[in-house]
Design a binder for this molecule. Sequence first.
Ligand SMILES: [Zn+2]
Ligand SMILES: [Zn+2]
Length: 177
Amino acid sequence: MKLDLTELLTVDGTAKDYEVPLDMKTFLPRGSKTGYPVICDHEIRLHCLHKTKREVEITLEIDLSLQIPCDRCLAPVNYPFLFTETETVDCNADEASRIVDLNEQPFIDGTTLDVDRLVYNELMLYLPAKVLCREDCKGLCPVCGADRNRVSCDCEAKKEGTLSDQLSGFRNLLPED
Ligand SMILES: [Zn+2]
Ligand SMILES: [Zn+2]
């Protein structure tokens, strides 16, 4: 959702609260091919303060979840993001000088604030390296792919079985004493 800040920028010291829906339905982390569904029941709340000379302080309240697959068993986990973040933007700066950090998507264009991009940048900052469905998740069996939290396959036992079979076969080759 894009927000027009023209009115806010007319007079210094103007403050405004906004509630805007998030358009982003899937969050695609930078450099990743897997998108995470966005679960957002509330509108995004923003408090904008036009400090002076088109410099705006934006306080952003984020309260949403991303459905991130468990690092071990791939089950979807609702990972909550609940935080408030403040950013200051200079609405005088042109696009080129504003993109100091190449990792950031530009979220302001003239007097238009792109709330989705702003939220995206914040989520990138707080994205966990990995998510587990539970601390002791047993993960997927590397042999048959079964979810070891739900079923117990006998792949491990079989592997050990073949190993001891091989050992006993080997023992048979040894001369008896
Ligand atoms: Zn898991
Ligand atoms: Zn298995």
